[in-house]
Structure formats: C-alpha cells, structure tokens
Design a protein around this ligand. Structure first.
Ligand SMILES: Cc1cc2nc3c(=O)[nH]c(=O)nc-3n(C[C@H](O)[C@H](O)[C@H](O)COP(=O)(O)OP(=O)(O)OC[C@H]3O[C@@H](n4cnc5c(N)ncnc54)[C@H](O)[C@@H]3O)c2cc1C
Length: 381
C-alpha cells in the first residue's frame, strides 16, 4: 500500500473515464491518487466486453462532434504511447427509415460539420455490405470514420500512462466516504483518510450513491450483449461488415462484425431493466438471446449461429441521455463525470482531458455547456 496521504487531485473510480482522467492529470504534472473498488479492468461496471463503437456523424447531437474530433486524436496518441492497437476503423452504418432519428440525426451532424458520409438505400447496402439484407423501406447513412475500440486495452493503457506519469493507483479499495470544506477534499477508505485539493468522481453506475449532496437524476439499466458464431464468417468480417446501429420496428440495436473467436456481437440500446450495480441479475435468459437472434435473422441472415458468449453490463442514463460533465452543484472543488447513457466509451479519451481541465483549470477548453448539471435544476434538492 502507498504511504501517500495527500495529493493535488483524487480520482474516485478508475474505469473507462477515471483511468483517462488520472492519465491526463498525471501527464500535466499533478500529483494524483486514484481509487477503485475492484481490480483493474474488472467486469462489474460499464467498460468491459471487448468492443465499443466509435463514430463521428453523431445522431445524438452535433454538439458532440468537436468532442469526437478530439477523442479520435487522443485515441491515436494513446495508441502511439502504448504501442497497442486500440482503434479499428471499418465504418459505421446508421440504419433506419429515412425519417428515423439514427439516420436524420447522423446526417445533421455530418451536414453541420462537413463530415464525409454516404447515403445508401437498401439495395446499395446489399451490394456494398452483403451481410446486411435490409427491406426496401430502410436506408443507411455510412460513416467511414466509424469503427470500434478495445475497451479493456484502452483502460489498461490509460492506467499505465497514469502510472508512468507518477499517479498512485489503488485497487480493491472502495472509497467509503468523501467530503469537501471548499478549500480541500478528503476521501476515506477502510484503512485511510486522504486529503487533496480537488476530487473527480467517475463512479460509473455507482454514481448516484457516490455523488453525495446532489440528487443526480440517474437511472441504471441492465443491458445484455450476445456473441453469435456466424455461419458465414467472411461476410461478417470487419473488412466487409461495418459496426452497425439499427432503428427498426423491433427496437434500437447496435452491433459489431465477427472478430476472431468472438463472432458477431449485438445488444439492444433502447430498453433495459432498471437495476443497481449491487443487485444486477447477471444471468442471461433464453428469451433475451432469442430477441437478439431474431433481429440478426431479419436484417443480417447468417450472422446468428451458435451462442459463443453472453454478458451483462450497465447503462447509467440521464433523463435526456446526454452526459454530465461539470463541477458538483454544491462543491466547486469536486468534479463529476457520469450519466454516460450507454454511449460514453468512445469519448473516454477526451472526457479524461475535460475532467482534468475542470479540476486543474476550472473550465474545459471544449464547449460542454450542454452537459452541465444545471439543465436538471428542477431535480436539484
Ligand atoms: C453493453 C454496453 C455496450 C456499450 N456500448 C458502447 C459503445 O458501443 N460505444 C460507446 O461509446 N459506449 C458504449 N457503452 C457505454 C460505455 O461503455 C460507458 O458509457 C462507459 O464505459 C462508462 O464508463 P465509466 O468510467 O463511467 O464507468 P465504469 O467503467 O463502470 O467505471 C466506474 C468505476 O468506478 C468504480 N467505483 C464505483 N464506486 C466506487 C467507490 N465507492 N470507490 C472506488 N471505486 C468506485 C467502479 O469500480 C468502476 O471501476 C456501452 C455500455 C454497455 C453497458
């Protein structure tokens, strides 16, 4: 155990976002102590499961595009620093009706930022990406800059970078309590009380309980992913099959091409059972597998062979499904990053930078006003 008992900044939670925050803080020369309740890269939170989609023509809002530009750059920097491949660019297909939010939202972001995208009708998609057999009433917006990240590698690379730049990282050591008197903060674990100038809370699905003093409007969903061994591996290989998002009558789905040993992975994005990280049901049931298999059978025939693997994970949703990146409403020296609503991982590299700037400079260089806590003011106590 480290004997360090004070720091410039404490990072509470070293998952996808906290590992990046610790890295950015340490690179800037701040003394950093980070805590996590579990071991590095654990599968109890929201950042496990081998793959995460990244895309630039962002259907959720054009406001995210500048953050995405910076996120891509920082992922490439992290690849150079770590010597590892973290990011695979094989395109992203936003599929839906011509009026769907997935298609019109992505087109809007592309238009506003001059992004290179291609509008495809169902027959264009069939010719170009034979793994997808869409009915004539569906179209797709192809984002050539889309692809996927390797989340476990990304988090490990951020942790290693933080460590190399002098951060003290403590695992299997939950923070039991924290407080702020305005000038300084403290955290208490089972064995120690540590003080610092600033605290960054990146507690993922635990955030609602951890962020004391603000009744954060967060709801945690249980999400199931299933990996199917495809019966036509080449058709669904990354070079032939982009990552995909589908807004179809069956719901909103996303998925990944067949990676060696992992098959095609698919999950549902628009519904989940409300849960908590301490009570989540980790058993994946047959009806959940059948729902996902049926979607593949309808739109990607041949993709849904035998089940290779199932997993559960958690979304931490805000009411508007946009993130929270801000100072704590009651404590200026506490910064919160939470509510990533099932689409945060692709931003982890830039969110680490933003949270480090909020902690060290009080403000972010990027425009994050749309992610402030104040938009939930009615929910404030
Ligand atoms: C199935 C699934 C698929 C997804 N797909 C995508 C995708 O394709 N693209 C995308 O961009 N995003 C995706 N997301 C969302 C993305 O993965 C999350 O937004 C992101 O991983 C959240 O990171 P986090 O750091 O907030 O949470 P976590 O990585 O869970 O980190 C929180 C950490 O805080 C620690 N912690 C909590 N309480 C304490 C405490 N008291 N003391 C110490 N440590 C504590 C936890 O142990 C944990 O390590 C997906 C999410 C899921 C579940």
């Amino acid at each position: 155990m480290s004997s360090v008992t004070s720091a410039d900044v404490i990072v509470l939670g070293l998952g996808g976002m906290g590992s990046a925050t610790a890295a950015h803080l340490a690179r800037r020369g701040a003394t950093v102590i980070g805590f996590d309740a579990f071991e590095p890269g654990h599968a109890n939170g929201s950042s496990h499961g081998e793959t995460r989609i990244i895309r630039k023509a962002y259907f959720e809002s054009p406001d995210y595009v500048p953050m995405l530009e910076r996120a891509y750059q920082l992922w490439h920097d992290l690849e150079a620093e770590s010597g590892q491949e973290l990011l695979t660019i094989n395109g992203a297909l936003n599929i839906g009706s011509a009026e769907s939010g997935f298609v019109t939202g992505a087109a809007r972001s592309a238009r506003e930022f001059g992004l290179n995208v291609e509008e495809l009708d169902a027959s264009d998609v069939r010719k170009r990406f034979p793994g997808f057999q869409l009915p004539e009433n569906l179209v797709a917006l192809f984002d050539p800059e889309g692809g996927f990240l390797r989340p476990e590698r990304c988090t490990a690379a951020h942790l290693e970078s933080a460590h190399q730049h002098g951060a003290t990282l403590r695992f299997n050591e939950p923070v039991l309590e924290w407080g702020s008197d305005g000038d300084s903060v403290f955290v208490r674990t089972a064995t120690e009380r540590i003080t610092a100038g600033k605290l960054v809370i990146t507690a993922g699905p635990w955030s609602k309980n951890v962020i004391a003093g603000w009744d954060a409007p967060l709801v945690v969903w249980r999400i199931v992913n299933v990996h199917f061994g495809s019966t036509a591996a080449q058709r669904f290989a990354p070079e032939n099959c982009p990552v995909f998002l589908m807004e179809v009558p069956e719901g909103h789905y996303y998925g990944f091409p067949a990676l060696p040993g992992q098959g095609v992975k698919i999950g549902r994005h628009d519904i989940g059972a409300v849960t908590t990280p301490d009570t989540i049901d980790r058993e994946v049931r047959e009806n959940e597998i059948v729902m996902l298999r049926n979607v593949l059978d309808t739109y990607m025939p041949g993709a849904s062979g035998p089940v290779l693997r199932t997993l559960t994970c958690m979304y931490t949703n805000t009411p508007d499904h946009h993130f929270v990146l801000d100072h704590h409403p009651a404590h200026d020296n506490v910064v919160v990053g939470c509510g990533f609503s099932g689409h945060g991982f692709k931003f982890a590299s830039v969110i680490g930078e933003i949270l480090s700037q909020l902690a060290l400079d009080s403000e972010s260089q990027l425009d994050i006003g749309f992610l402030a806590t104040g938009r939930f003011s009615k929910e404030l106590r």
